[in-house]
Design a protein around this ligand. Structure first.
Ligand code: IMP
Length: 422
């Protein structure tokens, strides 16, 4: 089916970049529908590592159109840097298309993100400090500056005069509207060729029967409306937001592929019921190289949480699942999987708690599955397959892709002989 959403099923960093990269080979258009440079996709291709923040991973294939949709926020300086780096490594970027309706992250957004985290002290969210929350706040307050504004010097200068009259009161070092406009115009000159009516472009591609991937950043539990608020990002990673973020109707979406790690990680603050206490946390971090692509921060690591994953299946209308980094679990004799939460009143639930206090105090109820203690290089041993099927069975969903290593080639599908080795 032509339009597929790829959505993170946990707290981000599920390995979506690699799955998108793989599916992008047979796609015509790859779109990002929300988020900004808080996202980081690591793609390892033939031993070469690419870390992308704004640009959809499809850019690594010549000929693929890559869209940054209206639902995204863009830091123009970082985007220009990313384009320069791709070009320097021989990757063509002429397939990039940026929505003129996407909002622009301004220096005051970055400054205010850091300042509010400092102010919150122990209550801080643990943001990526890329100005994401303040940029989306200005968008909602109708004070934002959009990509199309930076292309028009007159509008840009007017907007900066108005915005800086207020923003400068909060900045340690006030910005001068003219200087900032000059700087933005340099970026605008670089970005102008990429700006397009991306809603129209994607609609036309779908009408022509072309294959479109809609790639979410972050993950379901970081969703502003459905995630673990306030420890969330300021946009909607859930699949439904693909339609609004790109500017197509929800009836145009045919399938939703969720991506989950075979365990769970989280960066930043907030509740995390299956977070591991003890040396296995560090072991998973080392084995899975669990350090943030954007900030380099250590990721918190935990066992797979099927309660949270079942919730993600629901709120995204997921039609299949990719389970990544299964190889990381190859070092463990036994693997706990959370199948229910115990709540403070002693009851157990398999549904994700609707009330924050229940979630904050939920303790995991584990089933322990046998490990396989061997590499997955030649395919899945029986116990690894059982693990995958346990997950699929609990969710009532087909696990259609299994990641067994960092490289793009290391993905097994159930129709391959490697899936049912021994
Ligand atoms: P922000 O998106 O920078 O405002 O950060 C809000 C929360 O989302 C923090 O807990 C971040 O660590 C988290 N976050 C944002 N982007 C990502 C991501 O791409 N992967 C994982 N966590 C993220």
């Amino acid at each position: 089916m032509p339009a597929t959403v790829i959505v993170g099923a946990q707290w981000g960093d599920e390995g979506k970049g690699k799955i998108v990269d793989l599916l992008a080979q047979s796609s015509d258009v790859v779109c990002r529908y929300q988020g900004g440079p808080n996202a980081g996709h690591t793609i390892v291709r033939e031993g070469e590592t690419f870390k992308l923040h704004h640009v959809p991973s499809g850019i690594l294939y010549g000929g693929t159109i890559c869209v940054v949709g209206a639902g995204c926020v863009i830091d123009p300086g970082l985007l220009v840097e990313e384009l320069d780096e791709l070009k320097a490594r021989g990757i063509k970027t002429d397939g990039l298309r940026i929505s003129g309706n996407a909002h622009v992250i301004m220096p005051w957004h970055v400054a205010s993100d850091a300042a509010s985290e400092r102010r919150l002290g122990k209550l801080q969210i643990g943001t990526t400090r890329r100005g994401i929350g303040p940029a989306y706040s200005d968008k909602a307050a109708r004070l934002g500056i959009r990509v199309q504004d930076i292309l028009d010097p007159k509008i840009l200068r007017q907007k900066f005069e108005t915005a800086l009259a207020e923003k400068n009161l909060l900045l340690d070092e006030p910005l001068e509207p003219g200087d900032l406009a000059d700087r933005m115009e340099t970026f605008a000159a670089r970005l102008r060729p990429y700006v397009a009516d991306t809603s129209l472009l994607v609609d036309q591609a779908l009408r022509e029967g072309r294959r479109v991937l809609l790639e979410g950043a972050q993950g379901t539990l970081l969703d502003l409306d459905h995630g673990t608020y306030p420890f969330v990002t300021s946009s909607n990673p859930v699949a439904g937001a693909a339609a609004t973020g790109i500017g197509i109707g929800p009836t145009r979406i045919d399938s939703v592929l969720g991506v989950a790690k075979a365990y769970v990680t989280r960066v930043g603050e907030g509740p995390f019921p299956t977070e591991i206490e003890g040396p296995d946390q560090e072991r998973i971090r080392e084995l899975g190289e669990e350090y943030g692509t954007t900030t380099g921060r250590e990721r918190r690591c935990g066992w797979l949480d099927l309660v949270a994953l079942r919730f993600a299946v629901r709120v995204n209308g997921m039609t299949s699942l990719a389970l990544t980094k299964l190889d990381v679990l190859s070092e463990f004799d036994e693997i706990p999987v959370c199948t229910a939460y115990r709540l403070p009143d002693g009851s157990e639930t398999v549904e994700f708690p609707a009330h924050q206090s229940d979630f904050h105090h939920a303790s995991p109820v584990y089933d322990t599955l046998p490990g396989w203690r061997e590499p997955l290089d030649d395919g899945l041993p029986g116990a690894a397959r059982d693990y995958v099927e346990f997950v699929g069975g609990a969710l009532g969903l087909d696990v259609t892709m299994i990641g067994t290593g960092a490289d793009r080639e290391r993905v097994i599908t159930p129709d391959q002989p490697a899936y049912s080795r021994s």
